[in-house]
Ligand binder design. Structure first.
Ligand code: DGL
Length: 267
């Protein structure tokens, strides 16, 4: 079997990475995805960098054991703190969800950028650091928005609670003057329409899953890792702890017939 025939492995702490998986499945219909949601350790955003690194490495090795030809870190928190260790330890390509967004903002000459992310992503300082390299005069305002992941994992994708949490963060003084809002957590696009409806007209909300999927598709193509023909097996979705919320969102995204299993890789 050629390396390019294998599946693409993706992981996140829970349902968030499904936003990336769906965009990638649409962009690359020939590909088979192996998705792992580490629901046993959710939320990653509240974990230490050391813990996130060890989860990321364990999951990536599990995906490689299942034949993954490349790993997509479909989680900003893990992309922020675990990328170096994954690149060092794994001998297949590893793609992250941060570089494509930095690249997009660079290409669009963004000047006033708001970043919403988990505590792990914001305290890593990764976005201001990477953006300073390509857009040294840009005003970058990272804001930790930790209430959003529990709201989304509770399946409160719309309604009064979601609106109130979104409004709380949009009214933070750091958001003043922001022109581009980056949802720097793969969970947040699940409520992007709730965020969009409260945004002032001058603020553009980046379509992160599409931006990320386009970039990863290009990188896979350059690495000659794209399948020539459609995969015969369906996508595979696994979680480390079965939750109804994951089952529900994965079915909304990928149809009722998806195979979803619990794989207790943590022993
Ligand atoms: N979806 C993840 C991210 O992009 C992590 C959410 C969490 O588990 O805190 O950061």
């Amino acid at each position: 079997m050629k390396a390019s025939d294998g599946p693409i492995g993706l992981f996140d702490s829970g349902v968030g990475g499904l936003t990336v998986a769906r965009a990638l499945a649409r962009k690359l219909p020939n590909e088979r995805l192996l998705y792992f949601g580490d629901t046993a350790h959710l939320p990653y955003g509240e974990k230490s960098p050391e813990a996130i690194r060890s989860y990321a490495l364990g999951i990536s090795r599990h995906l490689i054991d299942q034949g993954a030809k490349a790993i997509v870190v479909a989680c900003n928190s893990a992309s922020a703190v675990a990328l170096d260790v994954l690149k060092e330890e794994l001998d297949i390509p590893v793609y992250n969800v941060i570089d494509p967004v930095v690249d997009y903002l660079h290409r669009h000459h963004a000047k006033h950028i708001g970043i919403w992310g988990t505590r792990a992503t914001v305290s890593s300082g990764i976005y201001p650091r990477k953006l300073a390299e390509v857009l040294p005069t840009a005003d970058v305002q990272p804001l930790a928005t930790p209430l959003l992941v529990p709201v989304i994992e509770e399946n409160l994708l719309s309604g009064a609670v979601t609106d109130a949490v979104v409004s709380l963060y949009l009214n933070d003084p750091k958001m003043e003057g922001v022109e581009h809002l980056v949802l720097a957590c793969t969970h947040y696009p699940l409520i992007s329409s709730q965020i969009a409806k409260q945004l002032e007209k001058k603020v553009s909300l980046l379509r992160i899953p599409t931006i990320v999927a386009n970039s990863i598709a290009k990188q896979l193509d350059e690495a000659q890792l794209l399948r020539a023909k459609p995969a015969t097996k369906p996508h595979h979705f696994a979680v480390s702890d079965y939750t109804d919320s994951f089952a529900k969102v994965s079915r909304i995204f990928f149809g009722k017939g998806i195979s979803l299993v619990e794989e207790n890789i943590w022993g």
